[in-house]
Design a protein around this ligand. Structure first.
Ligand SMILES: NC(=O)c1ccc[n+]([C@@H]2O[C@H](COP(=O)([O-])OP(=O)(O)OC[C@H]3O[C@@H](n4cnc5c(N)ncnc54)[C@H](O)[C@@H]3O)[C@@H](O)[C@H]2O)c1
Ligand SMILES: [Zn+2]
Ligand SMILES: [Zn+2]
Length: 351
């Protein structure tokens, strides 16, 4: 088969590799129909994730059909159309039992690390992929949900919802600010509405992304990078700050921004993946009664989010801006890698 193979920092190719095979009775093989690229894949290609070694097939998002099932798999069969979750879950360890799939203790890849696809085991940017713990890590896709909508449930929607909205404790009447209107921030914006947020303020440096955020439910937008950004955000609150500030960028500045606009008693939900040391000013925050949360997505809300997409309550289809075929994988990376110029949000790569 062909797959997108990491060759070390800065090196990737769409090339021939052996077909995956069932290695454990709980595995299935999925023939990918649609996959996509995540910002994390760009980090890997820069060499920022040393656990990814040359030869690894990248990708942790995808939709496809099952072509083979392991001997102990009972609730999935050949031909089933499924969403591949970015997180493995054995379903039986103590963390999986708590819904903390991101820390699944199953030995596949590494015990205690849920994100294994395109990281510690071969991923989904391929014609076929082996899915471990398939009964818990795959979700059957109803016929009315498109491949492109389904792929947005592998990572983006559960991340924005679980780590942004749920961890942030959004409740009816809240003023919510989302810093970073990339795919993850837009998913947080779209799902913050589910809990009855009164206002959802999108904050970004990119005017195009802010415009897009309104399609996902942002009620107000603020262009950051201007001297007045904070004043503009405060003017949209009762003057005391936002109830929930969701950080969806992953750089020190935006985390600090979140702590500067949150009201006393409010929540800062950090979703961004940080590669650098981030200052936390407890000397000024301690007296503000702030809750701060962070984490890796569990994807345990996927079935619920899937129902909402099925009933057209979440605009997942608006996330895809560019479409490619498998043999255009390198072009897809190029377009996604120059998102500021190409206005790419999510690229769909299909068979
Ligand atoms: N916690 C998790 O489980 C998890 C899972 C997936 C992704 N993530 C992380 O979520 C973050 C967002 O992912 P994405 O795919 O949406 O990223 P993205 O890079 O596509 O989007 C980031 C957005 O932030 C904006 N931005 C950059 N600097 C800014 C600044 N100083 N002020 C305001 N806006 C700024 C950019 O213009 C862009 O629109 C990343 O850090 C990603 O690694 C976390
Ligand atoms: Zn991802
Ligand atoms: Zn587990």
């Amino acid at each position: 088969m062909k797959a997108l193979v990491y060759g070390g920092p800065g090196i990737k190719s769409w090339t021939d590799v052996p077909d995956p095979v069932i290695q454990s009775p709980t595995d299935v093989i999925v023939r990918l129909d649609t996959t996509t690229i995540c910002g994390t894949d760009l980090h890997i290609l820069k060499g920022d994730v040393p656990a990814v070694t040359p030869g690894r097939i990248l990708g942790h998002e995808g939709v496809g059909k099952i072509t083979e099932v392991g001997s102990s798999v009972t609730n999935l069969k050949v031909g089933d159309r499924v969403i591949i979750s970015c997180i493995k879950s054995c379903g039986s360890c103590v963390n999986c039992k708590m819904g903390l799939y991101s820390h699944c203790l199953g030995g596949e890849g590494a015990s205690g690390i849920g994100w294994v696809f395109g990281h510690l085991i071969d991923g989904t940017q391929a014609e076929y992929v082996r899915v471990p713990y398939a009964e818990n890590s795959l979700y059957k896709l109803p016929a009315s949900v498109t491949d492109e909508e389904g792929v947005m449930l592998s990572d983006i929607f559960p991340t924005g919802f679980e780590i942004g909205v749920q961890y942030g404790g959004v409740k009816p009447g809240d003023v919510v600010a989302v810093i970073g209107a990339g795919p993850v921030g837009l998913a947080a914006i779209a799902t913050a509405g589910l809990y009855g947020a009164a206002k959802i303020i999108a904050i970004d440096l990119d005017a195009n992304r802010l415009e897009k955020s309104r399609e996902f439910g942002a009620t107000d937008t603020v262009l950051s990078g201007t001297a007045s950004w904070k004043k503009e955000v405060m003017a949209l609150t009762d003057g005391a700050g936002v109830d929930v500030a969701i950080e969806a960028v992953g750089v020190p500045t935006t985390f600090t921004m979140a702590t500067e606009i949150v009201r006393p008693g409010g929540h800062v939900a950090n979703v961004g993946v940080h590669g650098k040391e981030v200052p936390l000013h407890l000397e000024s925050l301690w007296i503000q009664n702030i809750f701060i949360s962070m984490g890796l997505v569990n994807t345990n809300t996927t079935p619920m989010l899937l129902k909402l997409i099925e009933s057209k309550k979440l605009p997942a289809h608006k996330m895809v801006t560019h479409r490619f075929k498998f043999d255009q994988f390198i072009e897809a990376y190029d377009t996604f890698g120059r998102a500021a110029e190409t206005k790419a949000l999510k690229v769909a790569i299909s068979r």
